[in-house]
Write a protein that binds this ligand. Sequence first.
Ligand SMILES: *Cc1c(COP(=O)(O)O)cnc(C)c1O
Length: 372
Amino acid sequence: MDIQTNYRPTEAIINLQAIKQNVASLRQHLQKNVQIIAVVKANAYGHGDVEVAAAAIEAGATMLAVATPDEAVHMRAHFPEIDILILGATPPNFIPYAAKENITLTVFSTDWIKYAASYLPQAQPVKLHIKVDSGMGRIGVTSKEELIPLYQMITDSPHFIVDGIFTHFATADEEDSLYFDNQVSLFKELLAALPSKPRLVHVANTATALVKDISLQYDAVRFGISMYGLLPSSYVGEILPFPIQPAFSLQTELVHVKPLQAGQSVGYGATFTAQEDIYVGTIPIGYADGMLRKLGGQEVLVGGERAKIIGRICMDQSMILLPKAYNIGEPVVLIGRQGQEEITLDDWANKLETINYEVPCVITARVPRKYQ
Ligand SMILES: *Cc1c(COP(=O)(O)O)cnc(C)c1O
């Protein structure tokens, strides 16, 4: 028997047309022959990795980037042909799978190559991209003294291929470019020290690809946040070369509506008390869905109007102040458009005192993603 899940009306709607359009617009903006690596780590920033990857590939992406080996396995199960790069550190015990299934790994230490001796691939060699840490202070080689022995060790081995080299910028989305320029110089110096240029040199994240010098597009750009229609920063928004369209919306329905008399309270701690007679609606979404308690007071959209979340957000339910007695089943938009009004992921990010990247990532798996 098929088990139907998702009886609850709470769902995230992902607009795949928007994702395709965002990738296609980037395609127009890039130099000829620059490839698009679609960054679909963390379940495509919470949007759903399989569907987003398919949309991105259809719109011209030629490679997928994920963060972990498990994400790569998941992608490979759905996309047998496409190149997949794991951006993070991969334990050497993944090498046999990587060789068999053509997964490209990130490497940044000679120790890793040494440990790899116990897991050498039987089949074809494993493709590696060398990570340069030019200023992020996380994984990566930081000098020629580290880079060259690593490069030699890989090229000396029949089991590995240097397929690429890359770095990642800490401040590409900021107006002040001093730190960025220093990172670029260090990367260029290390690249120039290699005996030959690997097939794929890539340094650009979204912000770099959109607003920095076109020479930094190199052979490929790693397109993340703006593929989802979100801005890396407000600065990038000011000088964006093409419009982008957000793909994520979040909606539910009223499951209960009741009048509340002046003096009655709402929610744990009874933190909200009606000052006059009001209507209060219950919506079936709470912090276990990723609508964190800090979003108390945030507005939602009902009947094309703004309504406030009142009282404390519960684990599975929340209460909103209604301007009138709506019917059960009335649609409620938490993120997205309704009529003339819009609530954005950035509105949530501001309320949560965080960045838009984090918001869809923390909408939990309990919220089904629907595609349109
Ligand atoms: C996540 C990530 C990206 C994508 O960054 P955006 O700002 O979302 O474009 C690119 N490169 C690396 C190494 C990353 O970890």
